[in-house]
Design a protein around this ligand. Structure first.
Ligand code: HEC
Ligand code: HEC
Length: 354
């Protein structure tokens, strides 16, 4: 606790001394112990937070591409060359353009400042245009990350952590994290700065509806995202958060104004609020570092209103030690004793904040 308080004290003094804080903290802190086994009834790994099906019973992770999680290729044999539209936009794009990593279609140029070249075009062959995955407005999607409104130094640090192999996915089946790493490894300092400046210049605005539920619509997974099966019936939510596009058609068209619904287990919001506010004897109150409204503080990222699957994924990756960036030691004591159910409750509450 005292280490944390010291860290927080320094953080409060200057928002740019995090590197120094971690360095100063290093000698006094013992090497991180191995992650505790989850004590809840939850399965070993929260595969749902990665948009993946649970691991096989023996728990082995297949290397590289995992079992087929994608639905079989869409039926039409002829490429669909029709022009697509989304509500409120005067733009029209073909599906091929909507899926083009090197010239990202922009439905609403009026919603954001002009995109730097690296964000819209990237640079072949490894730096895919950021806006393809994170959207032109930076809001991202559950399968990647919500980057809009994060502090400039935080974004720069994360790109360096990916570059230096300090941030990988605990579930190696998640191939888009590998693409993120591939991009970061090839980015120049100029590209890193331009992208960080762009994404940090925008404010975060919530677009996720958090709903407590015991049962949820049945879903299928495609491209690390849960889609509701129309007329598919329901099933118990179990120890999961099911985050799904409000409108799967607009999602497929990459409409950046079409948000998400996140079903969370009943009781999560109250439990999460308590853990976030007081730590419940298990963790540190989040507000001291992330800001009392959890919208970020100095270089520490904002959490409020952001994807709960992404948040659980990060808490799990930090606990497992696959996210071990320069600033991650500040989060180690926070996640050490959290069970998966705690993480679910925390993420549910945090995502529900406006
Ligand atoms: C192929 C899709 C893809 C592309 C293209 C992509 N990213 Fe990412 N990015 C990801 C994924 C996936 C993650 C989250 C990984 C995880 O779950 O830990 C991520 C995470 C990040 C994060 C961390 C956010 C946080 O809150 O910690 C930053 C910053 C980021 N990306 C910036 C960029 C920039 C800048 C570009 C353009 C050069 C880019 N990304 C291009 C997929 C992508
Ligand atoms: C001592 C300061 C501190 C406290 C307390 C703290 N955090 Fe953090 N948190 C950080 C820092 C610094 C980072 C960036 C870590 C990195 O770069 O790897 C971070 C990162 C995160 C991330 C990843 C964000 C992203 O965009 O990828 C999540 C999620 C998170 N914290 C949740 C929490 C929650 C929930 C709590 C309270 C239970 C909490 N934190 C308490 C300092 C703190």
């Amino acid at each position: 606790m005292s280490t944390v308080l010291r860290a927080v004290g320094v953080l409060a003094l200057s928002s740019f001394t995090l590197g120094g804080v971690v360095a100063a903290q290093a000698p006094s802190s013992a090497p991180a112990p191995p992650a505790p086994a989850p004590t809840s009834q939850a399965p070993a790994s929260p595969a749902w937070a990665y948009g993946l099906p649970p691991l096989p019973p023996d728990g082995t992770l297949p290397a590289g591409r995992g079992p087929a999680t994608a639905a079989p290729p869409a039926a039409p044999r002829q490429p669909d060359t029709s022009l697509k539209h989304v509500p409120g936009s005067t733009q029209e794009f073909t599906l091929a353009h909507i899926r083009d990593y090197w010239d990202v279609g922009d439905w609403f140029p009026e919603d954001h400042p002009p995109m730097p070249n690296v964000v819209v075009h990237g640079r072949q062959p490894h730096v895919r245009g950021c806006a393809m995955c994170h959207m032109p407005n930076g809001k991202g999607r559950p399968e990647n990350a919500p980057v809009a409104g994060q502090p400039y130094p935080y974004i720069v640090q994360q790109l360096h952590d990916f570059k230096n192999d300090l941030r990988t996915s605990a579930d190696t089946r998640k191939t888009n994290t590998a693409q993120m790493i591939e991009a970061a490894k090839d980015m120049t300092d100029e590209e890193i700065n331009a992208a960080a400046e762009y994404f940090s210049s925008m404010k975060w605005t919530p677009w996720i509806r958090v709903v407590e539920a015991d049962t949820v619509p049945k879903t299928r997974i495609q491209g690390n995202v849960f889609f509701v099966i129309p007329d598919g019936g329901t099933e118990p939510i179990g120890h999961r958060i099911i985050e799904s596009p409000e409108d799967s058609e607009r999602f497929e068209l990459r409409d950046p104004r079409s948000g998400f619904v996140a079903y969370v287990p009943t009781g999560s919001l109250k439990k999460g609020a308590a853990l976030v506010a007081s730590g419940g004897g298990k963790t540190t109150p989040c507000g001291v570092c992330h800001g009392t409204d959890l919208k970020g503080l100095g270089p520490v990222p904002g959490l409020a209103g952001r994807s709960p699957s992404y948040i659980v994924r990060q808490l799990w990756d930090i606990q497992q030690g696959t996210r071990k960036g320069t600033w991650s030691p500040l989060m180690r004591p926070v996640v050490e004793k959290l069970t998966q159910d705690d993480m679910i409750a925390i993420a549910a509450y945090v995502a529900s904040l406006k």
